[in-house]
Design a protein around this ligand. Structure first.
Ligand code: NAD
Length: 353
């Protein structure tokens, strides 16, 4: 198993170090892998002038999986757009055709108090958002800002081909099939033709998965239902822009973005695994960042790319035990409670592996 490691910026190197400790602990027990490090984001801009250098592209192309920390920082905000660290992320997703973004939102019972919603609304929450990642309005052409009738107009293009919709629908149906067999497809078909096609194609694909119960919801209603009664959902599938917004909303149901991993997969389950949070420049270098989202991303990597379910469960169980024992980084601690740092949290997970 070849794993490319792209630590990135801000808290990236600190949280990745803890994830690598977990991988190495599993290596001692017979898991066989090689790690190779590369640059992405701001650190790549500093070293090469590009957020996604050619050498990184070569490295990730020949890897089976990629473990990524986070990119970005205020020192890069004034750069021209093509050089911004976040462009590195869009570039790697597109270059590797990572069209399926899987974002679980799980609320560990121990953290129910950390959610901004009432504990009874979120306790036991376990939903999976499947977001299409390489199409939609984020990539559609034409796009730009132009002069028209003496003023500037801005425009983007929401576009999906039926092949793009079909392949993400298959990923979502298969994910639902492995869980509680409920899939909710989110669109805006009452207003947008592009998402009328989305709904039509999802209904066609559903015929291949009669065991999965399919429902449809308009995105505005879905945003509301996620905070009203989030436990009604099992798997949600949606396009790139709606998924971007809904998955961030869902993440906050669980209390902290420091807890949530993600996977971005291609057609052969090659994947990029990363925490959903950013580079958190406000806390970088202080040994306070929560490493659990990154450690849980390693569990997703073992499950989805390497089919190592047992090793994945070992990591997830170790995280759960650590939370049961009361270990908390500051982002998930109730006010006044004692907290541990990044390194100590990583060590606690290791001790329970
Ligand atoms: P952020 O996710 O970095 O931080 C938001 C808040 O959450 C901050 O208060 C931060 O301290 C806290 N936080 C984030 N991760 C945490 C962790 N593991 N433990 C404890 N607290 C944590 O979002 P932002 O502040 O909007 O963006 C900062 C930079 O990250 C920007 O340059 C942005 O473009 C970039 N970004 C990158 C990614 C990515 O790499 N995938 C995603 C989002 C934002």
């Amino acid at each position: 198993m070849k794993i490319a490691v792209l630590a990135g910026d801000g808290i990236g190197p600190e949280i990745i170090a803890q994830a690598i400790n977990v991988l190495n602990a599993l290596k001692a027990d017979g898991l066989d892998f090689e790690l190779e490090h590369g640059l992405i984001g701001g650190c790549a801009v500093d070293a090469t002038g590009e957020p996604y250098p050619e050498a990184t592209h070569a490295l990730v192309t020949q890897a089976d999986a990629i473990l990524l920390g986070a990119v970005g920082g205020p020192q890069y905000d004034a750069l021209p757009r093509p050089q911004r660290p976040e462009r590195g992320l869009l570039a790697i997703r597109k270059a590797l055709n990572l069209f399926a973004n899987l974002r679980p939102a799980i609320l560990y019972a121990e953290l129910a108090e950390a959610s901004s919603l009432k504990p009874e609304v979120v306790a036991g929450l376990d939903i999976m958002i499947v977001r299409e990642l390489t199409g939609d309005i984020y990539f559609g052409e034409p796009r730009g800002i132009k002069q028209r009738d003496g003023q500037r107009v801005g425009f983007n293009t929401m576009i999906y081909s039926e092949a793009e919709i079909r392949r993400i629908a298959h990923v979502a149906f298969q994910a639902a099939d492995k869980r509680n067999k409920k899939l909710c497809s989110v669109d805006k078909m009452n207003v947008l033709e592009c998402t009328q096609l989305w709904r039509d194609v999802v209904i066609e694909v559903a015929k291949e998965y009669p065991q999965v119960a399919l429902s449809h919801m308009l995105v505005d209603n879905a945003a509301m239902q996620l905070v009203r009664e989030p436990k009604q959902f099992d798997v949600i599938v949606t396009g790139n822009m709606f998924g971007d917004i809904l998955s961030d909303e869902a993440s906050m149901l669980t209390g902290s973005i420091g807890m949530l991993p993600s996977a971005s997969l291609d057609e052969n389950n090659k994947g990029l695994y990363e925490p959903i949070h950013g580079s958190a420049p406000d806390i970088a270098g202080q040994d306070v960042a929560n490493p659990l989202a990154t450690i849980l991303s390693v569990a997703m990597m073992l499950r989805y790319t390497f089919n190592q379910e047992e090793a994945a469960l070992r990591i997830e169980n170790a995280v759960q035990k650590v939370l049961q024992q009361g270990f908390r980084t500051s982002d998930i601690a109730a006010p006044g409670l004692q907290t541990v740092g990044t390194q100590a949290m990583g060590d606690a997970v290791l001790s329970h592996l």
